[in-house]
Ligand binder design. Structure first.
Ligand SMILES: Cc1cc2nc3c(=O)[nH]c(=O)nc-3n(C[C@H](O)[C@H](O)[C@H](O)COP(=O)(O)OP(=O)(O)OC[C@H]3O[C@@H](n4cnc5c(N)ncnc54)[C@H](O)[C@@H]3O)c2cc1C
Length: 172
């Protein structure tokens, strides 16, 4: 292993879920490491729409005003499924490219005190006496692993959550 880090909480995945968690933990004074497989800013396949739930979540994080100033306000939205059917949404809506949204959320997590490490891709979990105690990551083009130890792991890898044998470790 080429380096070691340690934190109270390790958050894997710096999308909106991981960044919001890392930000909240860091603001509470918890030593937090946030890891992503991508260098930021990075884009993500998305409609880029912020629906009222998302706006409320940004508001709770204290970021709505700043992010909405960069967003395009919308009052109406039509969401299509692959088979062509669609639903209509009305209300206070907005559009902000994920390239900007996710990087702003990551920046807010770092400003709150979380340490951001990237690009590091989850390779495997570390166990001690049958309990998770961290994870090992690989950087692109580097065969050596980076080990990060933590008391608590938070997996926020979105649709990729089946990666690296995570199902075996999931608790409901
Ligand atoms: C086509 C499409 C359109 C969509 N349009 C909208 C929309 O308009 N509005 C909306 O609100 N939602 C939309 N969504 C849903 C939205 O993209 C997700 O709900 C949201 O991205 C989930 O956030 P997340 O943080 O859980 O995961 P993600 O945003 O997927 O973030 C996961 C992060 O984990 C990282 N990661 C993954 N695997 C690893 C690994 N092994 N090691 C390290 N890091 C890893 C990734 O690089 C990524 O940064 C859309 C989804 C799709 C597929």
């Amino acid at each position: 292993m080429n380096s070691d880090h340690a934190a109270q909480v390790l958050v894997i995945g710096a999308g909106p879920a991981g960044c919001a968690a890392a930000m909240t933990l860091a603001r509470a004074g918890i030593d937090t490491i946030l890891v992503d497989q991508s260098r930021f800013p990075r884009d993500k396949v998305c409609g880029d729409a912020l629906i009222p739930d998302a706006l409320r979540a940004l508001d709770r994080l204290g970021l709505a005003r700043e992010l909405l100033s960069a967003a395009r306000p919308l009052q109406h939205m039509r969401v299509f499924s692959p088979n062509g059917s669609h639903v209509e949404l009305d209300g206070q809506l907005a559009s902000l490219p994920r390239l900007r949204l996710d990087n702003a959320l990551r920046g807010a997590a770092v400003a709150a005190g979380a340490r951001f490490l990237a690009p590091l891709r989850l390779a495997r979990f570390m166990e001690s006496d049958g309990t998770l105690c961290g994870a090992c990551f690989k950087a692109p083009g580097n065969r050596a692993e980076t080990a990060i130890r933590a008391e608590l792991l938070l997996l926020a890898t979105g649709a990729a959550s089946a990666a690296a044998g995570t199902r075996r470790h999931m608790r409901t």
